[in-house]
Design a protein around this ligand. Structure first.
Ligand SMILES: C[S@@+](CC[C@H](N)C(=O)[O-])C[C@H]1O[C@@H](n2cnc3c(N)ncnc32)[C@H](O)[C@@H]1O
Ligand code: SF4
Ligand code: SF4
Length: 369
């Protein structure tokens, strides 16, 4: 009943103020190669399979046809194993307001540091956030990731990145931790450990989604999600004080909004925002396949649409995919798609302004870290 009322409200709202979604975020899976075997990986069926990779010329055509991107995510596979990552970034990043996010498994420290150095020096005007994935303390992390020694390498990578940040103020260093039922309690110890022993800008956490290699892994309970979120936010409030207030309040309020939607989802099974995947965000696979969301079916190959993602997303097939997504045919708490969807929900626009003001007040009136 409540869900129907909420949908009705959305429909009336759409009728009065038709949404004008625009592609703002592109996740580029630059490679499907990976040197880990994570039990929770949603991308596992694609990893290390033969792929007809896009050439640099093909990427150039795609980039020329997708202007106005605000945010680019380089993922995969392990994105730092892609030899052409900086060259691909050069095609898409043409304006200073554009931001880049890149998660990494942190394994090949020297390779990662060399690549990030090239990225941050090539785009000094753009904020580049590198997130090192850490899913537990040493024994758990190495087991979940299937790589002995991975935990120690992550710490080395984080130390190298935070050192690099001294030279390049456009670099942000974070950690990404997947909340699984079996590691949730340990994550609180991991986050405290990260807080005490590293100099990351902030930490992020993401509840396990359904698609995963090891089907025995369980999603966290709502209490576990809340517990880990609360600690992450406590750490971030103290850490982000060091950042420019404007940037810090945007990060804090975005994380808080996302975490509140995630907690609600794990508590009630309902997604409080409509996912706008395929409208404001899309995914480009290494072989040119484009999906509205990487957790759903492949839409089409951009090779068949003159290398134009907007053209591909304008087809009836893609429109059908969007209709299903907007209608709630699938539901999850994917940090990028749901995080972006919150930003584009008109009903939350005013709330966001107040939330940011409140965050700024809270951050600068709380005791020093
Ligand atoms: C797919 S990986 C790609 C980048 C890189 N290989 C890494 O592991 O950081 C991106 C992020 O997605 C997370 N992830 C993978 N499968 C997930 C799932 N089923 N639920 C939630 N997060 C997941 C990983 O832990 C990682 O932080
Ligand atoms: S989560 Fe990242 S590191 Fe782990 S298997 Fe998937 S792509 Fe590789
Ligand atoms: S709700 Fe989840 S699975 Fe569905 S399109 Fe959005 S991000 Fe993808």
């Amino acid at each position: 009943m409540l869900q129907s009322l909420s949908r009705l409200r959305h429909d009336v709202q759409d009728a009065l103020f038709p949404p004008a979604p625009k592609l703002r975020v592109l996740t580029v899976f630059v490679t499907n190669v990976c040197n880990a075997k994570c039990a929770h990986c949603f991308y596992w069926t694609n990893l290390n399979t033969p792929t007809d990779m896009l050439s640099q010329e093909e990427y150039a055509k795609i980039a020329a046809n997708t202007p106005d991107l605000g945010h680019l995510v380089f993922s995969g596979g392990e994105p730092t194993l892609a030899k052409n990552l900086v060259e691909v970034a050069e095609l898409f990043i043409t304006k200073p307001h554009q931001t880049i996010d890149m998660p990494t498994n942190g394994i090949k420290t020297d390779n990662i540091l060399a690549l990030v150095r090239r990225l941050v020096s090539r785009f000094p005007q753009n904020t580049i956030t590198v997130g090192v994935s850490m899913d537990g303390l040493e024994e758990t992390h190495d087991r979940v990731r299937g790589v002995p020694g991975n935990f120690k390498r992550c710490l080395k990578t984080i130390a190298g990145l935070t050192e690099l940040r001294k030279e390049f103020p456009n670099l942000r260093v974070t950690t990404l931790s997947c909340i699984i039922r079996e590691n949730a309690e340990e994550l609180t110890r991991l986050l405290r450990f990260i807080d005490e022993t590293t100099d990351v800008d902030y930490v992020t956490v993401e509840p396990l989604r359904e698609q995963k290699m090891d089907q025995t892994l369980l999603a966290p309970t709502v209490d576990q999600v809340r517990m880990v979120h609360d600690l992450a936010m406590e750490i971030n409030f103290a850490r982000l004080k060091r950042m420019r207030p404007h940037e810090a309040t945007i990060i804090l309020s975005s994380l808080e909004e996302l975490y509140s939607v995630q907690q609600n989802f794990f508590g009630t099974g309902e997604l409080a925002v409509r996912c706008q995947a395929g409208s404001v965000s899309a995914v480009l696979e290494p072989n040119g396949d484009v999906r509205c969301c990487e957790l759903r079916g492949i839409t089409e190959s951009v090779r068949n649409y003159d290398f134009s993602i907007p053209k591909l997303l304008a087809t009836a097939k893609a429109e059908q995919e969007r209709v299903e997504i907007l209608a709630g045919k699938c539901a999850c708490t994917h940090c990028i798609n749901i995080g972006q969807s919150i930003r584009f929900e008109r009903k939350t626009a005013l709330e966001r302004v107040w939330r940011q003001k409140y965050m700024a007040w809270r951050m600068f009136h709380s005791p020093a870290a």
